[in-house]
Design a protein around this ligand. Sequence first.
Ligand SMILES: [Zn+2]
Length: 447
Amino acid sequence: MLTFLAALALQTPAPVADNAVWTQPELERVANEIRAEVEELRGMKFKGPVAVKLTDKAGFFEYARRRQAATETPEKAYRDETVAKLLGLIPASMDYQKEMLKILEEQVGGFYDPKSSTFYLMETFTGGVAKIILAHELTHALDDQHFDIDGTLAQCGDETDATLAYQAVVEGSGTGLMNQWYMKHLSEITPADLAAAQGLGAETLAKSPPYMWKPLLAVYLLGDSFLARSSGMNLTLKKAALSDIQATFAAPPKSTEQILHSNKYWNADERDDPIRITIDTSALPEGWQVAGVDTLGELYLALLTTPPKKRKGLDVTSALAVMGVNYTNAAAEGWGGDRCVLLRNGDDTMLQLVTAWDTAKDADEFAAALGDPARPSSIPVFKGSGRDAESGWIRGASATQAVVTRELAADGQTPLVVLRVFSLQAPATEKVIEQLKLPYSLAGDAR
Ligand SMILES: [Zn+2]
């Protein structure tokens, strides 16, 4: 798991780090010390041992490869990349896997492998920063022993929104405890240590689209504030209550909407669980098949409703920049639920995204952000290649066309926005667009 160190961003740059080298006995001694502190800070005991090992870039790549093979199918990887490209969130020409691995390679300080209950520290990290990483990763180990992290992740399946919401609990827990440990040991952490870690991967992140880094950053920082029941960022490093941590692991938030607006999880009165939407793919036109199904959620849709001009890289060297990141916006707020289906026919792809909203105004705002004021009776097709002139938001393949419609659910109440994106060899005719219209229903609809 990635170890992004939020606390580090609060420091000012200083000269080089020390170049001490770990020995295995020394690592184990330090890990044991921090393990005891983690137990004390959390108020929970480890149930069993945690192995600690040193590793290097090659070791990380091997782990990342094995972990991906065990937890991700090639179909999911294809789905995620294709959907992101159809939505213009990453350039169509990008080798997504390679770029993502590059970010991780530069950012990772250590990782915890739930399969083998082993914590790995990247050997290049020493001194105070290594201890901060130990505090974070040992918290994952402690949580895993009590709450079975992989078991819950498996239950999230290939669902993007639910997985991110659970990752926010896991990383928020690790980040919160890490921050508590850091506050206790401020004097032991040298500015040089921090500066070295802080600049890691800065160049890559500064050039990466938000799709690559925002969800990553969100699970650490928003996860921490969610658990502490803070509104906005947890700038005061408020400690989450143990009972709250236990409650969220037992009954994880169901969507990133609940992470972004923690009152929608914590307050019974405001509790807002996602509306389940089903898209019927039982009668597809010849040649077409389902290449993926997913729920994207508010955090993801907020990437889509961020105007292209504002989709910038992240400056990790600036605390203000890191703490000032916006994770949602007016167009994505008021999310009620969504479902998307990716269809494929040879090189042709089509995405249908059905979104439900709390109010008609919320739906209008989302539709407007997609580039077209809702005109329910017409099909607002963005014509021409590139499709940027009017809306600015589609930057996918040159033949990409998008259709946005404002609709009403069968209950006669729930406002919907349906987005369909076509990437076809030949421009989509109205007939093709009509043929590929997939029926959908909301849970609770009369059937
Ligand atoms: Zn972590």
